[in-house]
Design a protein around this ligand. Structure first.
Ligand SMILES: [Zn+2]
Ligand SMILES: [Zn+2]
Length: 378
């Protein structure tokens, strides 16, 4: 009996195929049960009409959507029918809250692991005094040299203020002609600029090579060709973190995610996000997936998993050290350089001069003049 029933469902939903999780959700719903479906974006492709859109006035502290969404349980108490709740990512804590809010009782949970196995995870804590230009020295250099061929990079920031600070740092270092490859996206960006960014980012060969954004760009942009995602300051909760880092590697190719933060960025974090950034010895993927009662695939190669697993990798394969983050490579280049090193590239020189100036200024504002000797390679 199940087969003809699903055939009809596929016809109504206008889809050729349903995966096993989608079939389970539909058949549970047809049996009159509430269903909580948490699947990664990309396989959550049900086609339903919008029955109700949450609109209305926001209060001083709560946005309109959250204000009215919080009252959904009351509507459910008036109408007796099974509910299908679909979400992309919900940690076990958020799931508990949402089930209560939506008055779901004895519902069927269908939860997919939010893991992105093709994204290698890195975390680095900075001192508060490290200037943004120094932190992003690797990317500034890459962008200056390669311009349109620079690896497309998405930088998430936890506030508009931090987003603007990062953009300003790029503006100060880069040539005007290079800044055309750098854009900023947040809730106050004008609608026509947002639309241009959306259009550009949906083309993997688009002009934008570095997008500096807040969570406003997390869900509303179709990202193509991104193999490098960075968080400069962590988001408040793990769900936002997982959704945002998942913007990288959409084509399945090996990608990187780097979280960089300093102690000023760690206020008001939820516990699982705090645990993630403070972890120093546990696999980062394992730590992240604990929030979802999920585990990493045992087949993930250690040196492709995270920076902590890389330290413990004993594969003795040539590839073991190949997948370093450009941030780490840039830092080690910097560490190994000495006072007599020669700078052969004009762009390198410009970036380095600026970085040195900023360093000295941040260390001691009394310095007003600076003499830098540079040895040119002939
Ligand atoms: Zn790991
Ligand atoms: Zn290895």
């Amino acid at each position: 009996m199940a087969v003809p029933c699903m055939t009809k469902v596929r016809e109504v939903l206008e889809v050729e195929k349903l995966n096993s999780q989608q079939e389970k959700a539909i058949s549970s719903l047809l049996k009159g049960k509430d269903v909580f479906l948490s699947l990664r974006t990309g396989i959550n492709q049900f086609k339903f009409g919008l029955i109700y859109s949450f609109r209305g006035e926001s209060t001083e502290h709560v946005q309109a959507f959250r204000e009215w969404f919080s009252l959904t349980g009351e509507i459910r108490s008036l109408i007796s029918c099974p509910a299908l709740v679909i979400t992309a990512t919900d940690s076990k804590e958020a799931r508990k809250v949402n089930k209560k809010r939506l008055a779901l009782n004895n519902c069927v949970d269908i939860i997919d692991s939010p893991d992105r196995e093709n994204i290698k995870l890195f975390v680095h804590k900075l001192k508060n005094t490290v200037p943004i230009e120094v932190t992003f020295g690797w990317l500034l250099k890459d962008l200056s040299l390669k311009k349109k061929d620079c690896t497309r990079t998405l930088i998430f920031c936890s506030s508009i203020k931090i987003c603007a600070d990062v953009y300003t740092a790029f503006l100060m270092v880069l040539d005007k002609s290079v800044m055309e490859y750098v854009h900023m996206f947040h809730s106050c960006t004008s609608e026509n600029v947002k639309e241009k960014i959306r259009e550009d980012m949906s083309d993997e060969n688009g002009n934008i090579r570095v997008l500096i954004a807040t969570s406003a760009a997390g869900m509303s942009v179709n990202y193509r060709g991104i193999n490098n995602a960075v968080h400069y300051s962590p988001p408040k909760d793990m769900d936002s973190f997982v959704q945002q880092l998942g913007r990288a590697g959409r084509d399945g190719s090996q990608s990187f995610h780097l979280l960089i933060y300093n102690s000023r960025h760690t206020r008001k974090l939820e516990l699982d996000m705090k645990n993630y950034i403070e972890n120093v010895d546990k696999c980062r993927r394992l730590q992240m997936l604990e929030s979802y009662d999920s585990f990493p695939n045992a087949k993930v190669v250690k040196h492709l998993c995270c920076d902590i697993c890389l330290r413990n990798c004993e594969c003795n394969d040539k590839c073991c050290l190949l997948y370093q983050h450009p941030y780490n490579l840039f830092q080690s280049d910097d560490d190994s350089s000495d006072d007599n090193s020669c700078i052969s590239n004009e762009t390198d020189l410009r970036v380095m001069m600026f970085l040195i100036m900023k360093w000295i200024q941040s260390l001691n504002k009394i310095f007003t003049t600076l003499l830098v000797s540079v040895c040119y390679e002939v």
